[in-house]
Structure formats: structure tokens, C-alpha cells
Design a protein around this ligand. Structure first.
Ligand SMILES: *Cc1c(COP(=O)(O)O)cnc(C)c1O
Length: 387
């Protein structure tokens, strides 16, 4: 398998990023913020009626927060630390949602004191905390969705509750003096099966109708989470196709009078904007006759590539070396045998690849810097540069 850069970046953009990369020691991620800007515009064009809450965990760089703030984005925040960071960039609390369903009561209070009034929940204990610490706030309940097998990075099992419990929670929210505001779901990150949104939206519709008919509660918002695709080796439909299909599902269920729609993209906005540049430390074989080579690089699972866990995300890897390709195992530089990125999925790299050659991991703008360990084996966190 050989990777064509043009499948992932306009040639000019890639050349610009590579020229920058050539002047720096590996490993690092270089991010072209113009790509993020374009991805944001494309998402807005696809879903012109929706509000975008950027999921900050994908990449919390100040450069990205400020870019998206200036473009009018809101922010999906998961901790008091992300909150402080985003607010210190000048984002007001009316553009923030506390989207983590797992939170301490005192952290809810902290958000409330900073002015945040929109909270996700999926359990009674959390809801009661919110009622006390953030009285009168708007509540949306996250429901469980299917789709964990077609998402490359599932997010569903840990979060969300069943439909009946979601209704119970929204009724309780009202009794506790909160505003039962809407429903959220996340179909799983890098979700390749668009039909999963159909099933999720249908579930939401049932909740909207039953709460209205049985309890007189009129919900106003659907938060459709993230899950939109980035470009990795396993190809997906285009974002336009996602938008067309998902809008059709929404209209099938809700007609032309859509409730407020929120999207929380992370990966799809950022991943394609980044290239992780690494260097080959060693190329080795495990026996005199072994066909398979091991390629050890100066970046690994603990320095930004944790999404290679179970080889879930298959990043395209490009190298300048040309020539005959053969299968390799690709592993990181640390003293941990979990630090193997690809062993079962067969990457091919040129036979003449040697120590000191560079590997370019494409589409690595999201979920790399934010996942990097701080000092494992003494290696520093993954550096990043923003063009
Ligand atoms: C991580 C996360 C997102 C972003 O998901 P992507 O698949 O990266 O777009 C959105 N919403 C919530 C609640 C999340 O936890």
C-alpha cells in the first residue's frame, strides 16, 4: 500500500507544511489552521441551521480555540480546566455547554458561577447535583445509541441512558426547577455508517412526542454530537453526503419545523489539518530469516498515537523514500510492549527505509497532542506548531 499525499491534502498545502517541518526536529505535529477554517465553513454550509459546539478535547490549542471563537463557534467543554482555558480566550459562558455527564457537584457549581447554563446529564445523581449547584439551568439528556461496531472509536457504552430513563430524568428535571431542554447523542467517533443517525433521531422523536403528550413537556433542542469523519486509510462518504442524509432523517421525523440543532464536531474539524512528523529510530528483524521488519519511530502510543489502540484508527503514513515496499510492524520508542501501533493491519514501507528517515503521519491534527503522556520514559509531551 502506498499513500498518495494528494488524497489527503492539496499539494501546495502539503508542500508548505513539509517545508516548515523540514526545519524542525521530530517528533511534532504541524497544523495548518486554514484547513480547520475550511472544515468549519464546510460543516456550516452542510448544516446551515445548526449551531456548532467545538468539542475541545480533540485539540485544545489556543490557536484553534481563538480561530473557532472568531468564526462564531460555541464550545463543548468537559472539565473546569477546559472551561478556564476557553474563557481565558474570551469565549463567553453563553457559548459554552458542559457536555460531560460525569462531573463533581463542585465542578457544576464552578461552571454555574462562571455563567454557564447548559448542562448534559444521563443519571439521576448528576441531575440532582445540577439542580442544587446550577439552579434553573437548561438540561439535555444523553441517550444511548447503536453504532459501536461501525464507529472506529466508539463512545457510546460509557455515556447515555435508555429512552425510558431519559424521559424520567427530563420529568425530574422539571420537578427540580430545571429547564428540560433537549436530548443528545453521540453515535461514536469516526462513524462510518450514516444510517446510525437515522435510528438515533427516531429515538429522539419518540421521546419528544411522548413527553409532550404524556407530561406536557416541550423539548426544544437536539444535540447530535460528533462522529463526522476525517480522512484516514479506511475511506468514508463525504461530509456533504453525511449532511444530506442526516438532514433527510431529521425532516422525515420532524418535518420542516426543526427544533434547535446542535453539532459537536471534534475530529472532523481538526484531524485533516495536521501532520505528525516522526523519524525512524531503528529498522530491525527478529531473526536471521524473518521476512517482517520492525520499524521503530520516535513517536508512539504514549506520544500522541493512542488511537492506534486495537489499531482502531489507521493513519495514512507517507515517506519520501520510494522503491519496493514490504510489510512492517510499526512501534514506538518507549520501554513498553503496548507501544506497538500496527502489527495486524499490514502497513508497507520501502525496503530501503533506514534510521533517520522521516515518516509523515497524515490526518493527525485531532486526538494526538491532547492524548500525549507527560513524561513516560522521560519523553516530553508531543509538540505542536500552528501555521
Ligand atoms: C468527543 C466528543 C465529541 C466529538 O466527537 P468527534 O467524533 O471527535 O467529532 C462530541 N461530543 C461529545 C460529548 C464528546 O465527548
Amino acid at each position: 500500500m502506498s499513500i498518495k499525499v494528494e488524497d489527503y491534502y492539496p499539494r501546495e498545502t502539503f508542500n508548505k507544511m513539509k517545508a516548515f517541518a523540514d526545519q524542525h526536529e521530530t517528533p511534532f505535529v504541524v497544523i495548518d489552521t486554514a484547513i480547520i477554517s475550511q472544515a468549519y465553513d464546510d460543516l456550516r454550509a452542510g448544516f446551515d441551521f445548526a449551531k456548532v459546539y467545538y468539542a475541545v478535547k480533540a485539540n485544545p490549542a489556543v490557536e484553534i480555540i481563538e480561530l473557532l471563537k472568531d468564526k462564531g463557534s460555541s464550545f463543548d467543554i468537559a472539565s473546569i480546566y477546559e472551561l478556564d482555558k476557553v474563557m481565558s480566550c474570551g469565549v463567553g459562558p453563553e457559548r459554552i455547554s458542559y457536555g460531560n455527564t460525569i462531573k463533581k457537584a463542585r465542578d457544576v457549581r464552578y461552571f454555574y458561577e462562571k455563567g454557564v447554563r447548559l448542562f448534559a446529564t444521563d443519571s439521576e445523581a448528576d441531575l440532582r447535583n445540577i439542580a442544587k449547584a446550577a439552579p434553573g439551568s437548561k438540561i439535555y439528556v444523553r441517550i444511548l445509541t447503536e453504532g459501536s461496531t461501525s464507529a472506529d472509536w466508539p463512545l457510546s457504552r460509557k455515556f447515555g441512558c435508555q429512552t425510558d430513563m431519559a424521559m424520567d430524568l427530563l420529568i425530574l428535571a422539571k420537578q427540580l426547577g430545571l429547564v428540560p431542554y433537549g436530548i443528545s447523542f453521540h453515535v461514536g467517533s469516526q462513524q462510518r455508517d450514516i444510517d446510525v443517525w437515522d435510528a438515533a433521531i427516531a429515538k429522539v422523536k419518540v421521546i419528544f412526542e411522548r413527553l409532550k403528550e404524556e407530561d406536557g413537556i416541550v423539548l426544544q433542542m437536539i444535540n447530535m454530537g460528533g462522529g463526522f469523519p476525517a480522512n484516514y486509510i479506511t475511506r468514508t462518504n463525504s461530509l456533504e453526503t453525511y449532511a444530506e442524509e442526516i438532514i433527510r432523517f431529521l425532516k422525515d421525523d420532524f418535518g420542516d419545523e426543526l427544533p434547535e440543532i446542535i453539532l459537536e464536531p471534534g475530529r472532523s474539524l481538526i484531524a485533516n489539518a495536521g501532520i505528525l512528523v516522526s523519524e525512524v529510530v531503528l529498522v530491525a528483524r527478529k531473526s536471521r530469516t524473518a521476512v517482517e521488519r520492525w520499524v521503530y519511530t520516535d513517536v508512539g502510543k504514549f506520544s500522541g498515537l493512542i488511537e492506534t489502540m486495537d489499531e482502531a484508527i489507521k493513519f495514512p503514513i507517507w515517506t519520501e523514500k520510494k522503491g519496493e515496499m514490504e510489510e512492517v510492524v510499526i512501534a514506538g520508542p518507549t520501554c513498553d510492549s503496548a507501544d506497538i501501533m500496527y502489527e495486524h493491519y499490514k502497513y508497507g514501507l520501502p525496503l530501503n527505509l533506514a534510521s533517520g528517515d522521516r515518516l509523515y503521519w497524515l490526518s493527525t491534527g485531532a486526538y494526538t497532542t491532547s492524548y500525549s503522556a507527560v513524561e513516560f520514559n522521560g519523553f516530553p509531551p508531543l509538540k505542536s506548531f500552528y501555521l
